[in-house]
Design a protein. Structure first.
Length: 246
């Protein structure tokens, strides 16, 4: 009698993670739902966010409604300066979610971040796998920025910014840096990054002696900000989603 082929069971994951991976909420919000008794597994209310679940085998329900794959949403926002890239800010500052209010969207999370003083292209999704591919420091798409700096750097400075400059014991660099235009006291640069460290461009420019006045992200991979008005958002087209996934 031939041996039966072994079919391994899917791995177990914490309940809050399963809800988040399904695109229903952030893991923090999902954990709060679980603790509040809103989530059941196989007909039994579970209050432990780390309760092990086998996705696709265990029956999970939220408020009595079975967990179903939600529609994936992919958005591009032109982030205005002054908004914080987070859902809730402990200091009470306005967040990027202000731009999405009243749109009737499901839960979405920012893909990466732009700091409070930065502007431009910011993506949102409820697809964690897609977001992880874009933010992957090794395989994710390049990010392009237009940066206004104080002073006008010469070619030697631009080359140094591309080759790398030491800042507080860390070597910072850009994939590409070029001068777009200058006005005597300031200049606009185009800076391309293939990795994203905290405040990388601001630190790099300051270390070169040219502090940043404005920083606008204008492209992620082949997706450009274009004419999207400040504070406005749009759904990405299927081809754009696929292109960014790589």
């Amino acid at each position: 009698m031939p041996a039966r082929a072994f079919s391994p069971l899917p791995p177990r994951h914490g309940l809050a993670r399963v809800l988040s991976k399904a695109g229903l909420a952030s893991r923090t919000v999902a954990a709060a739902w679980v603790r509040a008794g809103r989530v059941s597994v196989n007909g039994r209310v579970v209050r432990d966010p780390e309760h092990p679940v086998r996705a696709g085998l265990d029956a999970v329900a939220v408020d009595g409604r079975p967990l179903a794959a939600v529609e994936r949403v992919y958005l591009a926002l032109n982030k205005p300066r002054g908004l914080v890239t987070t859902a809730d800010d402990e200091q009470g500052r306005e967040t990027v979610y202000r731009c999405l209010e009243g749109a009737g969207l499901p839960w979405v999370a920012p893909v990466g971040r732009l700091d409070q003083a930065s502007e431009g292209l910011l993506l949102f999704t409820n697809d964690p796998g897609w977001a992880a591919a874009i933010t992957d420091p090794r395989r994710g798409p390049d990010k392009t920025y237009h940066v206004q700096v104080e002073g006008v750097p010469d070619e030697a400075v631009l080359a140094a910014m591309q080759d790398g400059i030491e800042d507080r014991g860390e070597r910072l660099s850009a994939k590409a840096v070029r001068l777009l235009r200058s006005g005597g006291r300031t200049a606009w640069l185009e800076v391309v990054l293939d990795e994203g460290r905290n405040r990388q461009i601001r630190r790099l420019a300051a270390a070169a002696g040219f502090p940043v006045r404005r920083l606008v992200r204008v492209a992620i991979g082949g997706l450009v900000l274009g004419t999207l008005p400040k504070g406005a958002w749009r759904h990405l087209e299927a081809r754009e989603v696929a292109a960014l996934r790589g």
